[in-house]
Design a protein around this ligand. Structure first.
Ligand SMILES: NC(=O)c1ccc[n+]([C@@H]2O[C@H](COP(=O)([O-])OP(=O)(O)OC[C@H]3O[C@@H](n4cnc5c(N)ncnc54)[C@H](OP(=O)(O)O)[C@@H]3O)[C@@H](O)[C@H]2O)c1
Length: 279
């Protein structure tokens, strides 16, 4: 039986690579969504009646409902939802623009939440499904000038972990994708950058500029990421991990962060226990 994947943000980057890969699979129906359907022309070369393009801005509730309805009408269900759409924002914590932060939260967190809530009733009825949520190594490990981006991805991590526990018995799995730098549009057009104007933060100008200049030169290959995600969901379904760091930098930082936390939690063990009431 063909599996139906719905992917958000398939105009460029990870979403485009995943949609391209899925479009070439005979046993996959792909619902490729984007804010501008003209950006999905690349799919036309593959269309064998198993591709549906749907207009979708993940901050638009009406478009979310329509996209999900259209997917079900076309293919009878949704087996895999990929919440990929997202953007970044570079600025120091103190200087971050509130409107920009709120918009990023709307896309990275609420967009993912609303999409997932729209699809969950279908997956619960089916008694199966996979929800692939794009987090980031930035959902585990924090750099200066990205505090609010991290806040969105840590939110994705927390809600995904909790959701995974809630829906496991309904046969629904959650997979968090945690890439380090990959060659997509993320560090370029998809991330607004506000350079520091407060002298105390001047040293971070270089970091923000280096990220902007490094766009499209990152180590990560989004084509390989798409293949890994497809392989995990299809061939490793039984043992699907909750967290999947992608790229060497991501793997290194994830291990470093968890190791540091583990060492510190152990060191604090007696102190931690001393806070309870005596039994
Ligand atoms: N590349 C990296 O180094 C990296 C690392 C860790 C995590 N990530 C995450 O990977 C995901 C995909 O990003 P990417 O790296 O592939 O970057 P990208 O090439 O810039 O792609 C971002 C995608 O999100 C879409 N999008 C943005 N706002 C949207 C909205 N309101 N509604 C629907 N779609 C929207 C964009 O559509 P438009 O073309 O319409 O703007 C585009 O298709 C993001 O969640 C990002 O945080 C990326």
């Amino acid at each position: 039986m063909a599996k139906t994947w719905l992917v958000t943000g398939t105009s460029t980057g990870f979403g485009k690579e995943l949609a391209t890969l899925l479009a070439q699979k005979e046993d996959v129906n792909v619902v490729a969504t984007a804010r501008n359907l003209a950006q999905l022309d690349y799919l036309d070369q593959f269309d064998h009646g198993q591709i549906k393009k749907v207009l979708l801005d993940v901050t638009n509730q009406a478009e979310i409902q329509t996209a999900v309805k259209e997917a079900v009408a076309a293919f009878g269900g949704i087996d895999v939802l990929v919440n990929n759409a997202g953007l970044g924002y570079f600025a120091t914590f103190e200087e971050s623009n509130r409107d920009q932060v709120r918009y990023m939260m709307d896309v990275n967190v609420w967009g993912l939440v609303d999409m997932t809530r729209a699809v969950l009733p279908i997956m619960r009825k089916q008694n199966h499904g996979v929800i692939v949520n794009f987090s980031s190594i930035g959902g585990l490990y924090s750099f200066p000038t990205l505090s609010f981006y991290h806040a969105t991805k840590y939110a994705v991590e927390g809600l995904s972990e909790s959701l995974a526990r809630e829906v496991a018995k309904k046969g629904i799995k959650v997979l968090l994708i945690e890439p380090s730098g990959f060659r997509t549009d993320w560090a370029g057009r998809s991330s607004q950058k506000d350079l520091p104007t407060i002298a105390d933060y001047a040293e971070y100008k270089e970091f923000i500029e280096a990220n902007a200049n490094g766009a499209h030169h990152e180590a990560g290959d989004p084509k390989k990421a798409a293949e890994i995600i497809y392989q995990q969901v299809t061939d490793n379904y039984a043992d699907l991990p909750l967290r999947l760091p992608l790229g060497k930098i991501s793997s290194d930082l994830a291990i470093e962060k968890y190791q540091e936390n583990l060492d510190q939690f152990k060191q604090l063990r007696e102190l931690s226990l001393s806070a309870d009431q005596p039994e």
